[in-house]
Design a protein around this ligand. Structure first.
Ligand code: NAD
Length: 522
């Protein structure tokens, strides 16, 4: 086994702060015990190309054993009173807060996003724990007025069972956090399959939660972990032992997962790709809109599901807007995302660089004007890193069914079109398969009404003078159409993590039938 190698001090400090050994192969399965007998995978740093660790993933037998333990854990946990479940979440919140900086740095090291975004992700997990602690005293049902005398109808939420969380590489902490917090508050057990390219982060997070569970004499399999790729995901998706599959990832895989879950009448939450637009009106405050679009398009190196990929500019302000935006792009320097001054880190994998390059090539082939970028950097801080220049392009066609407009390219490429009327821009906003996030920049209340109303944006997130990315946990998060219609995090999202029963209770001396039906034998 390889780790005779020496880890860079850049990486080793972060791993040791989280007690992750760097001199041996790591176990990538947790069901109360750390284990793993599947294939070994490597965690590779996107900034330097350095191998950070080798992880033993889950074999099919490991997945099925972990599922069995997770179900047993559910049987125990479902009878724990909800406020007591909230107390467990409060303790998890405390542990996460104590390790916020260290975990954030690990996200940066392994995923490649800049440090403040890595820490921000951990903060999201902390915030949703706070939210779920409150929720644990408020997951209420309803009493419905019965048409029959002496009857009550109760709508009762009970724990659902086992929730499998399958997550994407770009939010290796927050997406799991949103799901775990609601799922545990609701009385479920959770089994997590993270992205195969962010296993270290999942091991660090699971270790923190495992400590809390153990301290409270609860089974570790309440928050089980099975690392690995597609085969591990397929077992979870196909298993009747999983009541809810919460899947975050691409539309391509989401389509497969959604169909597989529905074919066994399971429940799913799908959080899939976005293809998000910002619309800038002539009355917009450009001192807000230009930096807002800049962060939306370039933040996380364009690797958020909510990244701004389409920019629709009103003809009157388009030249000035583009000039100011290009100035900001020109000021960006790629750097080590661990360095506090860096705003642009690498793409996550070499495959993402290939996708970026082939998309730029396609833009050139359709004669788009490349206003900025369109290539890698000559000088990057690390030669092994996946750095590319954020790109602004103006395709000739504004036909939204064209591939360049209708598909999500998970890289920092912003396509621009010019419009004359708001209605035209809204039509473009809505003309793509995806429906995650959208934003309108205006100071005119009439535009706001149109944008947020029935003839407005059809996305799950509809912002005004706020960019497409950077949602808070309080509102439910998710998208419509091919983004999958899923909702997670705040709002009413918790209602999907329980099973609902309508309970009619007759406390009278008669047993009348509903709708006045008469079924008496004379
Ligand atoms: P991906 O679809 O390649 O992988 C997602 C997960 O699915 C991974 O854990 C992967 O191992 C697993 N998987 C792959 N094939 C599977 C199968 N057949 N059955 C079960 N599981 C399988 O996505 P990615 O590249 O990791 O992430 C990027 C994508 O995720 C983008 O499209 C992005 O927009 C989307 N995303 C969406 C949201 C949202 O909330 N809407 C949030 C983050 C990311």
């Amino acid at each position: 086994m390889h780790p005779k190698r020496r880890l860079s001090s850049r990486a080793s400090g972060i791993l040791s702060a989280l007690n992750i050994p760097s001199n041996k192969e790591l176990s990538g399965v947790y069901d109360g015990q750390w284990k793993g007998s599947g294939e070994a995978i490597e965690s590779v740093c996107p900034t330097t190309g350095e191998v950070l660790a080798r992880i033993r993933t889950a074999s099919p037998a490991d997945v099925s054993e972990t599922l069995t333990k997770t179900r047993e854990a559910y049987f125990q946990f479902r009878d724990v009173p909800a406020p007591r479940r909230g107390e467990i979440l409060r303790q998890i919140r405390e542990k996460l807060a104590n390790k916020r900086e260290e975990l954030g740095a690990l996200v940066t090291l392994e995923m490649g996003k800049i440090r403040s975004e890595g820490v921000g992700e951990v903060q999201e997990f902390i915030d949703i724990c706070d939210y779920a602690v409150g929720l644990s005293r408020m997951m209420n049902g309803r009493i419905v007025a019965s048409e029959r005398p002496g009857h009550s109808i109760l709508e009762v939420p009970n724990p659902l069972g086992v929730v499998a969380v399958l997550s994407a590489f770009n939010f290796p902490v927050a997406v799991y956090g949103w799901n775990l917090a609601l799922s545990l508050a609701a009385g479920n057990a959770t089994i997590w399959k993270p992205s195969p390219t962010t296993p270290l982060t999942s091991i660090a997070v699971t270790s923190i939660i495992a400590e809390v569970l153990s301290k409270n004499n609860l089974p570790g399999a309440l928050a089980g972990l099975v690392t690995g790729g597609q085969p591990v995901g397929e077992v979870l998706v196909g298993s009747k032992e999983v009541e809810l599959v919460s899947f975050t990832g691409s539309e391509r895989v989401g389509r497969i997962v959604g169909q597989a879950v529905v074919s066994r009448f399971g429940k799913s939450i799908l959080e899939l790709g976005g293809n998000n637009a910002s619309i800038v009106m002539p009355d917009a405050d450009l001192s807000l809109a230009v930096p807002g679009v800049f962060f939306g398009a370039v933040g996380t190196a364009g690797q958020r599901c909510t990244s701004t990929r389409r920019l629709f500019l009103h003809r009157d302000i388009a030249p000035e807007f583009l000039q100011r935006l290009q100035k900001l792009y020109a000021s960006l320097k790629p750097g080590d995302p661990l360095d506090d001054n860096t705003l642009l880190g690498p793409l996550h994998t070499p495959a993402a660089v290939n996708l970026y390059e082939s998309t730029v090539e396609y833009l050139r082939s359709i004669d788009a004007d490349i206003l900025f970028g369109g290539k890698g950097y000559e000088m990057t801080p690390y030669y092994g890193g996946n750095f590319v220049q954020p790109t602004i392009a103006v395709p000739k066609s504004v036909e939204m069914s064209d591939r360049i407009w209708s598909t999500e390219t998970f890289a920092p490429i912003l396509n621009v079109a010019i419009f004359d009327e708001l209605e035209e821009a809204i039509r473009w906003n809505n003309a793509v398969p995806q429906g995650l996030s959208s934003s309108l920049w205006t100071r005119d209340l009439r535009n706001v009404g149109k944008w947020t109303g029935p003839s407005g944006s059809d996305a799950g997130i509809v912002n005004v003078n706020a960019g497409t990315s950077g949602a808070e946990i309080g509102a439910s998060f998710g998208g419509n159409k091919s983004t999958g219609w899923g909702r997670e995090s705040g709002g009413d999202a918790w209602k999907q993590y329980v099973r609902w029963s309508a309970c009619t209770i007759n406390f009278s001396n008669e047993a009348p039938l509903a709708q006045g039906v008469n079924f008496n034998i004379e």
